[in-house]
Ligand binder design. Structure first.
Ligand SMILES: N[C@@H](CCC(=O)N[C@@H](CS)C(=O)NCC(=O)O)C(=O)O
Length: 210
């Protein structure tokens, strides 16, 4: 059974959602970021970048396989189970395109916006404006894409699973100006409601919640 090292953050929700979608059993290994457990030597041996999520697949060909970085884990599990990522052709590249767009763009920018607008000990208007503008741009890109396709890659895929927890978090802390723009993004909001209505997504989002 796969060991899943995770915590209650947007990056930490992606793999539980996929595991729930796949319906395969997994063992939760909480890594409490509030207690700096991501720096424990045993965890660093699995995830040298001291970040969740990470997995260990004890049944991988060639022996137990540790993997860190959410995108790598999502691709590994989707390929292993043959779901939520087409095996080849243009459809696979479409899914990988939007997966990397989320992992490298949407997630980090919304993460920085959250930090500077809600967590930073000092109010830095330049940083808040910069990340609000970038978040609005990225959500706008998403809205346009979802005006032409039901899901980011056409069919529901790991690209949606990677983006959803970040959008869910953003809807809870958006600065007013961004919230106003989000309220007008009908296609992205339709997608957000459709993904959020999936029972597996709801179970994955609830993992480790008390
Ligand atoms: N690019 C990484 C980012 C992972 C990440 O930023 N994880 C955060 C939680 S959302 C973390 O573990 N932070 C702990 C730390 O920075 O010490 C991925 O997609 O897996």
């Amino acid at each position: 059974m796969i060991d899943l090292y995770t915590w209650t953050t947007p990056n930490g929700r992606k793999v539980p959602i996929l595991m729930e979608e796949l319906g395969v059993p997994y063992r939760l290994r909480p890594v409490d970021l509030g207690k700096d457990e991501q720096f424990a030597p045993a965890f660093l041996a699995i995830s040298p970048n001291n970040k969740i999520p990470a997995i260990v697949d004890p049944d991988a060909p060639g022996g137990p396989l540790p993997i860190f970085e959410s995108g790598a884990i999502l691709i590994y599990l989707a390929d292993k189970h043959g779901q939520f990522l087409p095996p080849g052709g243009a459809a696979r590249w479409k899914a990988l395109e939007w997966l990397f767009w989320g992992i490298g763009g949407l997630g980090p920018m919304l993460g920085q916006l959250y930090f500077f607008s809600s967590r930073a000990p000092e109010r830095l208007p330049l940083a808040i404006d910069r990340f609000t503008a970038e978040a609005a741009r990225l959500l706008g890109v998403m809205d346009r894409r979802l005006g032409e396709a039901d899901y980011l890659a056409g069919d529901y895929s790991i690209a949606d699973i990677a983006a959803y927890p970040w959008v869910a978090m953003a809807t809870e802390f958006m600065p007013e100006e961004l919230a106003e723009r989000w309220s007008r993004m009908a296609h992205a909001r339709r997608w957000f409601d459709a993904v959020g209505a999936r029972p597996a997504v709801q179970r994955g989002m609830a993992v480790l919640k008390d």
